[in-house]
Design a binder for this molecule. Structure first.
Ligand code: SF4
Length: 481
């Protein structure tokens, strides 16, 4: 184990962030480059190597956290990287973007601050890239089988990498102009710089994975034709049907889905010319939705020069005694993240429900009317007399997603069955009702975390490998829900 007295001798210390006024001037990651490595050995030493490491259970990937904590404590970065990659294809993504359910599950968190598992993870992988420990792992021989993966987000990439390394010939189809899916156009640069995606894609190309961008299966290629060309298919197209807010005034100009606002901002950061950008500059911005996507809108609006940014959350403030999930441990960081974006300013209003929007004579939104809500007999109910309005010249809706795209033809062309939540139904091997067609990630599970998407991709890859060859040594860290 790491230092037996580490947790007694060292308190929790996390990555240092750049000052708010400095980082708001650019789009780079918010952390001070190089600030973690000098402290990470001591932080890793706080791990108690628990007999029952609850952190394992907290992580869908089953990351071998005490093992790589020990190697990080000893500064054996190469061994740490090997242990890290044993369960996770892309630790540089989870180390930056995951809300770390492992830390919520950490036993040390009972009476101290938990181990900084996420910071240890990202330190190991950054060091591994720096020292050349992350090399392509091309298969020794090919199976002669072909697989098409639809979607290049974290689930699709994980499935593609696992299947390529298992010897299958894999092509990834991506409807956007660049590979990465949600990682590329949903996540702002200040949370994860795109260079991390680019170098992973280069590794995958070197291993043999092929990428076809700008091709939407269902629209540009008929799914039935794709099925004839490949021995197996993995649908990893995400859960992209955004939940809407059907209240009066929704049709006004200036009200956008978060996944309209964020991709355009990300395209600008990629250096693309965007004909109709959505800019927050000089505007009073209201973000509806208190999750991570909402926080990404907050940070983006600040960097675009918003006059004010307000984020609305319908649920009560965390730790509010009225909150249904209020409890001391484990905490629920996933539900109520305080992200770097919230350190940068703006207001958060809890227990707030939007009643309607008000616009000017040109049809542009100007005001958002809201009411306070409270739980009455288990139901969120508007408090009489609590109505008020706040300025809103740009509104982003970040209220989650309700399933796979049902308009591009993919579902009908394959003949897929959906479950009651609008996700693609699958069996224990991640296979849909159509033999040879599998589903991984948000398209099957519904909207979830990147770490779950990677776990889904890895698990679906095992199902595909067994389908193609009759057996598989690939791991399946999770079962479908
Ligand atoms: Fe270490 Fe926490 Fe995992 Fe225990 S639960 S092994 S202290 S990281």
């Amino acid at each position: 184990m790491a230092d037996p007295k580490g947790f007694l001798n060292h308190g929790r210390e996390v990555a240092k962030s750049r000052p708010v006024d400095v980082r708001l001037k650019d789009w780079n990651e918010v952390y001070v480059p190089g600030s973690l490595l000098p402290i990470i050995s001591k932080q890793a030493s706080r791990c108690m190597d628990c007999g029952i490491p609850f952190c394992h259970n907290g992580c869908p990937l089953g990351n071998l956290i005490p093992e790589w904590n020990d190697y990080a404590y000893r500064e054996d970065w190469s061994a740490a990287s090997e242990r890290l990659h044993a369960t996770n294809n892309f630790p540089e993504f989870t180390g930056r973007l995951c809300p770390a359910p492992c830390e919520s599950a950490c036993v040390l968190g009972i009476n101290q601050s938990p181990v900084t598992i996420k910071n240890v993870e990202v330190s190991i992988i950054d060091k591994a890239w720096e020292t050349g420990d992350v090399a392509p792992q091309a298969p020794e021989r090919l199976s002669g089988k072909t697989v098409a993966v639809i979607g290049s987000g974290p689930a699709g990439l994980a499935a593609a990498q696992q299947l390529t390394r298992a010897g299958h010939t894999v092509a990834v189809y991506e409807r956007a102009d660049r590979v990465g899916g949600l990682l590329r156009y949903g996540i702002p640069e200040f949370k994860m710089e795109k260079r991390h995606i680019n170098r992973r894609i280069e590794q995958m190309r070197a291993e043999g994975t092929r990428f076809r961008t700008g091709v939407e299966v269902g629209r540009d290629i008929n799914a039935r034709d794709l099925k004839k060309r490949y021995d197996a298919i993995v649908i990893a197209a995400g859960s992209t049907t955004a939940r809407d807010l059907p209240v009066p005034g929704r049709e006004l100009n200036g009200i956008h889905q978060a996944m309209e606002f964020l991709p355009l901002a990300n395209k600008v950061q990629e250096g693309d010319y965007v004909t109709a950008p959505i800019s927050a500059e000089g505007k009073h911005v209201v973000v509806i939705g208190g999750g991570d996507t909402g926080a990404d809108c907050v940070g983006t609006a600040h960097r675009q020069g918003a006059a004010s940014v307000t984020q609305l959350e319908i649920m009560p403030r965390p730790n509010d005694e009225r909150h249904p999930t209020n409890q001391p441990w484990p905490t629920f960081p996933i539900l109520y993240k305080v992200t770097s974006a919230h350190e940068e300013g703006g207001e958060r209003i809890y227990s707030a429900s939007t009643t309607h929007f008000e616009g000017d004579e040109d049809g542009n939104v100007q005001w958002l009317h809201l009411a306070e809500v409270e739980f009455v007999d288990g139901k969120l109910t508007q408090k009489p007399g609590s109505e008020r309005k706040i300025p809103a010249q740009l509104v982003t809706l970040a209220m989650g997603f309700t399933g796979i795209d049902r308009e591009n033809g993919l579902v009908e062309q394959f003949g897929l069955e959906l479950d009651e939540r609008g996700n693609v139904a699958r069996d224990a091997a991640f296979q849909t009702n159509v033999p040879g067609v599998f589903v991984a990630g948000d398209a099957g599970r519904g909207q979830s975390l990147i770490v779950w998407a990677i776990a889904e991709g890895r698990s679906a890859a095992r199902g595909v490998d067994r389908f193609l060859t009759g057996a598989s040594d690939l791991p399946a860290p999770i079962r479908p829900t």
